[in-house]
Design a protein around this ligand. Sequence first.
Ligand code: PMP
Length: 440
Amino acid sequence: MARAQSFGLSATARLALVQRLARRREGQEAQAASDPRGFGSIQNLKDWGLVRDAMDALGIESPFFRAHDGRAGAHSLIGNRDVINFGSYDYLGLNGDPRLHAAAAEAMARHGISASASRLVSGERPVHGALERRIAAHYGAEAALAFVSGHATNVTLIGHLMGPRDLILHDAAIHNSCVEGAKLSGARRVPFAHNDLASAEKELKAARRGAQRALIVVEGHYSMDGDLPDLAGFVRLARAHDAWLMVDDAHGLGVVGPTGKGVFEAAGVDPAEVDLWMGTLSKTLCACGGYVAARAELVDWLRHTAPGFVYSVGLAPPLAASAAAAFDIMLAEPWRVAKLQANALLFRDLCRTHGFDTGASAGLGIVPVVLGSSVRAARVSGALLERGVNALPIVFPAVPEGAARLRFFISAEHEDADIRTAVAALAAAADSVPAADQGL
Ligand code: PMP
């Protein structure tokens, strides 16, 4: 416990850090007092300042916003140097595919770059309908609707669908966008222990009677842990307690199931059993945006009333067209899914051979390597980059302190040699960073 609170620092290092930060804070407070138009009264902003100052004091270069020159795929160019890249969601290696580029260019030539206003008023472009029909058919749903951002899709969908008399039961590891949507809705929000169906049932039984409507929200392939839910179990749970089931399969499409159709394929569940499918265009489909697939009555209501759709610009035509092209390629070229899955298993199993903790990872597109403290994860990320591999740390508060990790997104575009080189580099990088940081 003491270690968990110490962010991986030894007692002496922690004391020195606290003293440094206290000196800095005094200076900042004096400055803030003399700047009445500043934002220093916002607690979150102050907290972030503290993290940034601690990173400075510890000499940790920020691993975030690294500048890439060129397309980030299985490899990328960082600081004029070719690195093996595990920081992008290009699961099937389509971001540089000329067929996607051609689809985007054609749509741009016909419809321009922007939809230029909400589709409700600026009108439809055929590329929107073409994409939405593919998505609906994929999930055996009556209809689908595409939004300009995956995050905004969850916020507006959940925020609009549910209300203060309702219950939202969600996995404790659910994506932030679902939590934000739940907060917006004003519904009672009850998290259950990650991937624990029994815990979900217990919470649902306890809370269901007091609520008008209930929504269970799970992910198809968890973005922090890379594991899968018991989808059949959640379908049964929803039916037994008169609840709707929503699955955010942002990381499942193109990744999970023998041909990458998503978590329903892996679980052998008829996708029509799920009331709301949500996904993003930004991962396997290499565009930007989100979607919902559901019954026609719901989708029709959303397209006429959901704030994040009605009061926001329509999806950019080139993105709609390239996402549709990516969808077709994903279905027509299942070897990409097979290669991604083989790469991911190789990566996860080599990591395990080296003694790394890959948690509950299913060995699919996302493989976490849990390293301990946030400081250690940030330092190992830096040491790994020095060895030619880009993988980003996930630190507190996104994950509990002590469970900070590097998260590897695997791509079909990685070669076996990339995977082997990366795991060897990871082992060397981890060895180069002491478990507890002794000095400042
Ligand atoms: N859902 C999940 C599970 C995600 O991981 C993300 C972001 N990676 C989103 C939704 C939001 O999607 P986008 O980045 O496309 O806005």
